[in-house]
Ligand binder design. Structure first.
Ligand SMILES: [Zn+2]
Length: 51
């Protein structure tokens, strides 16, 4: 069972779909988030879906 995140749920216009730890890597490389603020982390958790 994989955790997936549709980045576009958080970042309109981004069509990246991340799995597991790729989420943090994508946020860092694509969106310049070296650290994820707590309020964003909550949104990320809410947006992550089990497949
Ligand atoms: Zn993205």
């Amino acid at each position: 069972m994989a955790k997936v995140l549709r980045c576009g749920d958080l970042m309109p216009g981004c069509n990246f779909v991340a799995e597991g730890k790729d989420i943090a890597e994508h946020a860092k490389t694509a969106h310049g988030m070296t650290a994820i603020p707590p309020e964003i982390a909550k949104k990320v958790e809410a947006a992550i879906k089990d497949t």
